[in-house]
Design a protein around this ligand. Structure first.
Ligand code: GTP
Ligand code: MG
Length: 232
């Protein structure tokens, strides 16, 4: 992980590069550089002792059930009708994170006792693929600001074209801040779970993301959750 001092220096260097490029390179490129400087500076100012991990993915994969399983509480509504979650909500371990959640514009917050996950802010997000376009806008807004994105899929949706083409491939340079969570593993036999993992690895390789961690879990039975917690 990048140390705060190192990050400060990189942000300053990017700000200088954007200033030097102004008038020489395309305006859009300079603006993108400046936006990164602004966002990174704001995030750094809010302290790196808290990590923001977001559960993102298509509707119905079990993001909310996973949020409940990781928090050990029935905080989020798990639904049969799609889509279920319409606004992001947070679980915060320990007592930090208030200013960070203001910056993230997440209103619903649940505070949990510190312990093993002290300093973690876990976010349950709306889906990016339902009929509700506003869900996608909200999910994408938060994915851009999170420190770690856990892309949640299940046996039907892991090869989803939108997930791979719109999100994973363009984020190939962010390998250090993503993980793939294969949820609902309870629906498959052990042999099929093995084949599923292999195929998911193949797709990640095609996306240029061979290095990202994969967690195989069942939010329903709790299988794989200790390994997932270790990624947080
Ligand atoms: N068998 C099985 N079913 C699961 C698991 N996790 C979630 N489900 C079921 O999948 C359905 C969708 O779960 P949600 O947690 O609401 O899914 P979501 O990803 O939050 O969906 P949206 O809020 O619409 O984006 C529910 O019927 C859950 O009971 C799991 O690990 N195994
Ligand atoms: Mg949900």
């Amino acid at each position: 992980m990048t140390r705060p001092g190192e990050l400060d220096a990189r942000i300053a260097a990017l700000a200088e590069a954007a200033d030097l490029a102004s008038g020489r390179l395309e305006d859009g490129l300079v603006e993108t550089g400046r936006a990164v400087v602004e966002k990174a500076g704001a995030r750094l100012g809010l302290g790196l002792e808290t990590t923001v991990a977001a559960l993102a993915g298509p509707t119905g994969v079990g993001k909310s059930q996973l949020f409940n399983a990781l928090t050990g509480a029935e905080l989020a509504t798990v639904g049969r009708r799609r889509p279920t979650t319409s606004a992001g909500q947070a679980a915060v371990w320990g007592d930090g994170g208030e200013a960070l959640l203001d910056w993230l514009e997440i209103g619903r917050r649940h505070r949990l006792e510190a312990g093993e996950l002290d300093g973690l802010v876990l976010l349950d997000l709306p889906d990016f693929d339902s009929v509700e376009a506003a869900h996608r806008v909200e999910a994408e807004r938060i994915v851009e600001l999170a420190d770690l994105v856990l892309w949640v899929v299940e046996p039907q949706k892991y090869a989803d074209a939108t997930l791979h083409e719109r999100y994973l491939r363009p984020l190939a340079s962010h390998v250090g801040s993503m993980a793939l969570v294969l949820n609902q593993a309870d629906l498959l036999s052990p042999a099929d779970v093995g084949a599923w993992r292999k195929d998911a690895e193949r797709l990640l390789e095609e996306d240029g993301l061979r290095a990202i961690p994969i967690a195989i879990v069942s939010a329903r039975t709790g299988d794989g959750l200790p390994e997932l917690r270790r990624l947080l």
